[in-house]
Design a protein around this ligand. Structure first.
Ligand code: NAP
Ligand code: ZN
Ligand code: ZN
Length: 347
């Protein structure tokens, strides 16, 4: 077994702190990765604090992982020592169900193995995430990362990037489309960059007036402060697609009303409390409300390659690991521009 250092929490109200544990020796198809950077996703906070009610402790969060390959198993063909590699939100799945065969492993019918707060396929061994010195993952669930981009800025692509890229592609956002992004945080700012890069006219809906200038720099064409309902009225039925990235309970109906006929709003944000839905908001204009969860391995690789080609990365604030609690507090307040990333050398 491989002695591994990490940062863990032991309960919903505990603070994160140093935690030593063991990872398996790399098997035939495994890659051992020394972790260089790990992004701080709001899902880390929801789960560290048991806001979804499914948390297991001790928990080592982190699923936006970039690192360097240290060792590979004898049957590994896609990676060699020294390569830059990425790990996202899951590290295995059943591989045989229809969804796995379609490359949509995040919807595995049997068991998508979450990178942390989950169990391996044996349903027993807990998985520990990226707030740690190293990780061992099957090469089929490991992503190739271009060494040409700043790696701290690439880490958030592994969750925030794919979670916004996948629905934009699935619902054909692009040139000639009006796309709305609700919430300008980690996911939201990637949604803006990606939608703009695909040619869409992008409008940010934000509670934070102070983010207006940034939104423009990220590629947004319009910015709407949502605290005043009158700002939304003139935009009724104007949008082809809306991506809702908000992490807390909020009114969905005011955004549904902005969709034109047959247009779709996709929820990617995962508030702990349910939303109230007015049937009228959907019936008018035959609107659709959908959800989307991260993306499969094939699409995640496609997204990484797309970002490398277009020079798209995340706007990050790199922190030492002992500032993780402060980073959580600031993220919850919406005070992050636009992703905290842990420099794992500080572990
Ligand atoms: P984040 O960086 O904290 O961004 C969330 C943004 O939502 C905030 O910056 C803020 O933007 C807005 N917001 C927060 N509280 C609000 C409130 N009470 N009312 C209205 N707006 C509010 O979080 P993130 O990492 O982007 O994650 C966002 C959500 O997506 C989380 O719930 C996370 O768990 C979920 N998630 C889902 C997937 C998936 O596969 N579907 C993947 C990753 C994350 P403004 O300041 O602009 O208003
Ligand atoms: Zn995430
Ligand atoms: Zn499966």
């Amino acid at each position: 077994m491989l002695k591994t250092r990490g940062y863990a929490t032991t309960g919903p109200r505990a603070k994160l702190g140093p935690f030593n544990f063991e990872r398996r020796e790399p098997g035939e198809h495994d890659v051992l990765i020394e972790i260089l950077y790990c992004g701080v996703c709001h899902s880390d906070i929801h789960q560290a604090r048991n806001e979804w009610g499914n948390s297991a402790y001790p928990m080592v969060p982190g699923h936006e992982i970039v690192g360097r390959v240290k060792r590979v198993g004898p049957a590994v063909t896609r990676f060699k020592e020294g390569d830059v590699a990425g790990i996202g939100c899951f590290v295995d799945s059943c591989r045989v169900c229809d969804n796995c065969k379609d490359g949509e492993e995040q919807y595995c019918e049997n068991h998508t193995v979450a990178t942390y707060n989950g169990t391996e396929r044996d349903e027993k061994t807990p998985t520990y995430g990226g707030y740690s010195s190293q990780i061992v993952v099957d090469e089929n669930y490991t992503l190739k990362v271009s060494p040409d981009l700043p790696l701290a800025e690439v880490a958030p692509l592994l969750c925030a990037g794919i979670t916004t890229y996948s629905p934009l592609r699935h619902f054909n956002a692009g040139a000639g489309q009006r796309v709305g992004v609700v919430g300008l945080g980690g996911l939201g700012h990637m949604g803006v960059k990606l939608a703009a890069s695909m040619g869409a006219e992008v409008t940010v809906f934000s509670t934070s007036k102070a983010k207006e200038e940034d939104a423009g720099k990220l590629g947004a064409h319009n910015f709407v402060v949502t605290r005043e309902a009158r700002n939304l009225a003139p935009l009724a039925a104007k949008f082809d697609f809306i991506l809702d990235t908000v992490s807390a309970q909020h009114d969905l109906n005011i955004y549904l009303n902005l969709l034109r006929r047959d247009a779709t709003m996709v929820l990617v944000g995962l508030p702990d409390k349910p939303a109230e839905l007015q049937a009228f908001s959907l019936l008018a204009n035959r609107r659709r409300l959908a959800g989307s969860s991260i993306g499969g391995i094939r699409e995640t690789q496609e997204m990484l390659d797309y970002c490398a080609e277009k020079g798209i990365t995340s706007d990050v604030e790199v922190i030492p690991i002992d500032r993780i609690e402060e980073a959580y507090e600031r993220t919850v307040k919406g005070d992050v521009r636009y992703r905290f990333v842990i420099d794992m050398e500080t572990l």
